[in-house]
Ligand binder design. Structure first.
Ligand code: SF4
Length: 151
């Protein structure tokens, strides 16, 4: 399962398949990470240094994080894509096709000046998360999305 969690400054990527339950998250920031709560991650309950430090101790890579850089990523179901905005300016997108077998991510791109900030990964995660919530299969022909799916 892939999920995105965010507050005003930080985005957490959660890939449950990679977790081997070392529990550094729940001991490092018990207010943020509580496996008895749904959703189990709440980023409003601790400060950013505590959250960042805790995520960086996850040994499996199940939890990773990036700064938001004032960029919002939204899912556009009718447009078959996720879109990244800096203010009201579109600065990236991840496009998928829909067929009988599910969704296929065909293209991911971020404007050059916004590269290296984790925005492409956020775009791909947003589509994967949405597919999982909709209970449809997700695949990719886009090489970057394939890499994210195989991580
Ligand atoms: S620290 Fe990482 S590997 Fe350990 S329980 Fe939390 S998510 Fe899983």
């Amino acid at each position: 399962m892939h999920r995105l969690y965010e507050n005003n400054d930080i985005v957490i990527f959660w890939n449950s398949v990679k977790c081997y339950h070392a529990k550094r998250c729940v001991t490092g920031s018990p207010r943020t990470f509580d496996i008895n709560r749904k959703p189990w991650i709440d980023m409003s309950l601790a400060d950013n240094p505590e959250i960042w430090q805790t995520v960086s101790t996850c040994p499996s890579g199940a939890l990773t994080c990036v700064y938001k850089h004032d960029v919002d990523v939204r899912f556009d179901e009718t447009g078959h894509r996720s879109v990244a905005y800096a203010g009201d300016k579109q600065i990236g997108e991840c496009v998928f096709t829909v067929d009988g077998d599910g969704w296929t991510i065909v293209h991911t791109a971020v404007k050059q000046e916004f590269e290296g900030k984790g925005i492409a990964k956020r775009l791909v995660y947003k589509v994967i998360e949405s597919a999982e919530r909709a209970k449809v299969k997700i695949g990719a022909t886009c090489s970057y999305a394939l890499k994210v799916l195989s991580e």
